[in-house]
Design a protein around this ligand. Structure first.
Ligand code: S3P
Length: 166
């Protein structure tokens, strides 16, 4: 496992990155790190509280700071939906990990999302959500692989595992 590049799961909020990441890591006997969990642990507060107290820019700075830690600590890393957007983050992800986009339409991810824990979804109109979603597709599309994430997480995890370990 240690000689393999870590697996970085990317995709919009609600695409199943945390669930699938845990399943893949369990099946492979690998370590799993969720970047949002790492941020919450380090800051001692939930992401929503961090956004409220310090704003999105501060959150993004911490996210960038802990990205490398996550890729060092985890064989499988579930990234926050916005983590691949910053160019410097994407450079690190490309250099160090095998990236997989968990792809699902906006309607599907919104159904799955727990909105109170997602500050970026709160108070947005449907049109604004669509714009946010669409604005991220080009970057997500640069991943090494993409997987149809509308299916059961167990099925998705099996496919991701196969892509990763062959
Ligand atoms: C964000 C996604 C969230 C979290 C933060 C910002 C984003 O993670 O990092 O609320 O910009 O898409 P999930 O994708 O795990 O919900």
């Amino acid at each position: 496992m240690s000689e393999r590049r870590p697996l970085a799961l990317i995709g919009f909020m609600g695409s199943g990155k945390s669930t699938v990441g845990r399943l893949v890591a369990d099946a492979a006997g690998a370590t799993h790190v969720d970047l949002d969990d790492l941020i919450e642990e380090r800051e001692g507060m939930p992401i929503t509280a961090l956004f409220r107290a310090r704003g999105e820019d501060a959150f993004r700075a911490i996210e960038t700071e802990l990205l490398s830690t996550a890729l060092t600590a985890g064989h499988v890393v579930s990234l926050g939906g916005g983590a691949p957007l910053a160019e410097n983050n994407w450079t690190v992800i490309r250099a160090r990990a095998t990236s997989v986009w968990l792809e699902a339409p906006l309607e599907t991810v919104l159904e799955r999302c727990d909105v109170p824990t997602r500050p970026l979804l709160q108070g947005r109109s449907e049109e604004e959500l669509r714009r946010l979603f669409d604005s991220r597709l080009a970057r997500y599309g640069e991943a090494d692989h993409r997987i149809d994430a509308t299916r059961d997480p167990g099925v998705v995890a099996e496919e991701v595992l196969h892509l990763w370990l062959g």
